[in-house]
Write a protein that binds this ligand. Sequence first.
Ligand code: ATP
Ligand code: MG
Length: 391
Amino acid sequence: MVEALSSIMRNSRPSNLLLYGKTGTGKSSITQYVMSKLAEKAPDSILSCYLNCQTFDSPYSILINVAKSVSGNDNIPPSGWPLDRVYTELSSKIEKSKKYLVIILDEIDKLVEKNGGDSLYVILKAADESKGAKTSIIGITNDTSFTEKLDSRVKSRLNQESIVFPPYNASELKDILEPRVKGILAENAIEEPALNLCAAIGAQEHGDARKAIDLMRIAIELAIRDDKEIVTTEHVYRSRDRLETDVLKETIRTLPTHTKIVIMGCIAASEMNKTNMITGEIYANYKDICHDMKIPPVSSRRVSDLLSDLEDAGLITTTIRSLGRYGRTRYIQLNEKEKEMKKYLMEDEEMGNFEASTKSIQTRFGNYEANNTNLDKILTAADEGSEAEIS
Ligand SMILES: Nc1ncnc2c1ncn2[C@@H]1O[C@H](COP(=O)(O)OP(=O)(O)OP(=O)(O)O)[C@@H](O)[C@H]1O
Ligand SMILES: [Mg+2]
């Protein structure tokens, strides 16, 4: 990154850059660090403007904010100017400043997701056309398929150079963690294995520094709450459980209503000792719960899609088994956190009627279980029927 940007020191415009990498690999923080160092070295030649596209999510708000940060004053209204006036203003401001401007668009994929590739084109064009072409753009994303969604004129403009941020390994994560505790905690307040464990877990999670830091922070909090002088691996393990619980709770909370009901249907089936469920069974439970909650059910095809969403969210796993000439069946298993999932669903406001519905399902299933012995007899008889030709 420094190499690419150092062309400013040689009085030439740096290429636009695209930075990729998984979450927590340091893209945002390192970019800001590099920019601040460059600004220290060459205060008369560099201006930079860092914007997160989660917040600044339209070309208008981006260009307005860039113009404001360049001019350092507020004579530009937050809205009301046509885009080309913002353009002209920005362009003349850059010219006046006689500096190179680097616009950093973090989470650039969010801008495109919301406004399409054209929005990016507008910004790239504004940068290209700034007088004397002294503006470059650094786009940052953790979506590796991001450029595939762009059309070629945007892609080639933005991706003049790209840098991939690789995952941190455990020893790098340890280097990131260590200085953070120095000066805050007494020496050796975190035992070495505890520090190593935070780093190792972060490395396992695609080298995520944020995860490693969060793990350590919570481990320290837990030790303080326990009135312990030393943070041990036990605190780190508890910290990991806490983090995972938070993620699960949040995942469940943010599921759409029908998806919540589908997962309730899975839990109801699983509580009847069914570990390998099929879509039909889950759909039957789903419809029962919808009925109890007085919500119109969606089609079974749609529930099938919702099951795929649940698999993507890691709440269930599915295995497809071939049944020879009878086609293929999808078997569904809940993930091992079933009890927690149920607890969070029960706590969910939307699911106020859930308890009542599970009871009704269990009663229905209860009867089914009672009759099951008869069914079993019939099935065994069929199995043993001469040459097993009875289905
Ligand atoms: N090299 C590093 N030295 C010190 N701290 C680091 C380093 N890299 C990352 N961190 C810390 O790790 C955390 C995550 O980093 P950062 O926010 O830069 O990740 P990111 O790649 O932008 O992630 P995301 O894709 O989720 O936005 C931050 O708290 C940051 O300070
Ligand atoms: Mg980031």
